[in-house]
Design a protein around this ligand. Structure first.
Ligand SMILES: Cc1ncc(COP(=O)(O)O)c(C=O)c1O
Length: 459
């Protein structure tokens, strides 16, 4: 009765990433109403600097009230339906993107395509670059939503580039080449490699070496590079953020073929903490991609009301400077709080400098080095400890025991509570295993003594 797309389950909704959310929703934590409920730590949302945005709104009522110099612009905005977007908004966006990159890169608003969030921007870009059955290489671990955004409706295949904990999950030439060869053996036509920089779920920025490997690889294989930079404004520690565009410019690649095969995806969901506004974009130096993506963007436009409000906000350079600085400061403090809280429970994290989450090493809590044991631990932490965290398997990590744990979508007190819960869990667990091994020791002794008694009697 229905289309194969509607009835197939390739959307990825049944991954533990989304299942955790469903279970959380059936029993959400609330300090007053439900203090024993599940704490949501599987949502990469930035609520730490919301007060700054709210304070700006209070001081600028015209932006919300759709007024300019006191006069209503309601009619103008209500009738606006150009899929190229409001020029003022695009100008402000490119300036904001440049500011995040320390103004080392200049962006042209004509190369920008608006979309309803990075979700829509990623899918639109894939529709422009690949046909059903083509493949994209993705370094692991990767954002679980990509199975939906890149594959589901486009029919494109994802081929993982396996990265390992032995080098902090860095992308190597060898891993890229191995994935490419694997795709070829499967008769897949590789159209590009897609990275998230800063990485979701690792919370790290890419090194210049990694970016150079990627660019050289794209040149050698004649493929695209897509850099999802939605977390670029969350870099709170050194080393600083290097955008793929900057790395290519530093190699003077502007007038070479690869320049038109480098594309950026960005949104205001993470850096400004506005996922509900659905503001995303594609930036590409490829005229044909920009033109096709602009036409496709009519399936997921950003409302003119939102564009108007945000163009006013981004035009306030004093505000954006203050916001960026303060937001990074708060993220850093939060991250430190989580890292030290986990450390007190004997749990280590990958060293990170960006993002709204930690990549947490819980390998020492696994009953065996398997993904079954990871799922077993995840269920315990979700249902018994009451924390919704995302298991590495949902991010296609190739090694069991890693989890993504978010820290910016809750209050300081809730994070404190979460850290207490995890510490209690680890302590209880080790007490239990100590008393289990004590019991085991005693029963071994009892068995030994009774067999010694028997031997004595028999003699
Ligand atoms: C790497 C990455 N890309 C894209 C998205 C989707 O962002 P948006 O809310 O702008 O659609 C997310 C959301 O978590 C993400 O982590």
């Amino acid at each position: 009765m229905l289309s194969s797309k509607a009835s197939c389950n390739s959307h990825g909704q049944d991954s533990s990433y989304f299942l955790g959310w469903q279970i959380y929703e059936s029993n959400p934590f609330d300090e007053l109403v439900n203090p024993t409920g599940i704490i949501q730590m599987g949502l990469a949302e930035n609520q730490l600097s919301f007060d700054l945005v709210e304070s700006w709104l209070r001081k600028n009522p015209d932006a919300m009230g759709l007024k300019k110099d006191g006069e209503s612009v309601f009619k103008e905005l209500a009738l606006f339906q150009d899929y190229h977007g409001l020029p003022a908004f695009k100008n402000e966006l490119v300036e904001y993107m440049a500011k995040i990159r320390g103004n080392k890169v200049k962006f042209d608003p004509n190369n920008l395509v608006l979309a309803a969030g990075a979700t829509s921007a990623n899918e639109t870009l894939i529709f422009c670059l690949a046909d059903p059955g083509d493949a994209l290489l993705l370094p692991t671990p990767y954002y679980p939503g990509f199975d939906r955004d890149l594959k589901w409706r486009t029919g494109v295949e994802i081929v993982p580039v396996y990265c390992s904990s032995s080098n902090g999950f860095r992308i190597t030439k060898f891993a890229l080449e191995e994935a490419y060869q694997r795709a070829q053996k499967l008769n897949l036509n590789v159209k590009g490699v897609l990275i998230t920089n800063p990485s979701n779920p690792l919370g790290t920025t890419m090194t210049r070496d990694e970016l150079n490997h990627l660019i050289s690889f794209a040149i050698a294989k004649d493929i695209h590079v897509i850099s999802d930079e939605v977390f670029s404004g969350t870099v709170f520690d050194s080393p600083g953020f290097i955008s793929i565009i900057e790395a290519a410019m530093d190699r003077n690649l502007e007038n070479t073929n690869v320049w038109s095969r480098i594309h950026i995806v960005y949104s205001l969901s993470k850096d400004l903490g506005l996922p509900g506004f659905r503001v995303g974009m594609i930036y590409s130096n490829n005229e044909t991609v920009v033109s096709a993506a602009t036409k496709m963007s009519s399936f997921g436009l950003v409302s003119s009301q939102t564009q108007y409000l945000l163009s006013n906000m981004l035009a306030d350079k004093k505000f954006t400077s203050k916001y960026m600085k303060e937001n990074q400061k708060r993220l850093k403090k939060r991250k430190e709080m989580m890292v030290s809280g986990l450390k007190k429970a004997g749990i280590e994290c990958l060293k990170g400098n960006a993002g709204l989450f930690c990549w947490v090493d819980m390998r020492n809590l696994l009953s065996s080095n398997t993904f079954e044991a990871e799922t077993e631990l995840w269920k315990k932490i979700l249902c018994e400890v009451g924390l919704n965290i995302s298991p590495g398997a949902s991010c296609h990590c190739s090694e069991p025991g890693w989890f993504r744990v978010c820290f910016a979508n809750m209050s300081h007190e809730t994070l404190q509570r979460a850290m207490q819960r995890i510490k209690y869990f680890v302590v209880e667990r080790s007490n239990m295993s100590r008393s289990k091994s004590k019991r085991q020791l005693i029963s071994n002794w009892v068995r030994k003594l009774s067999s010694a008694d028997r031997d004595e009697q028999e003699r």
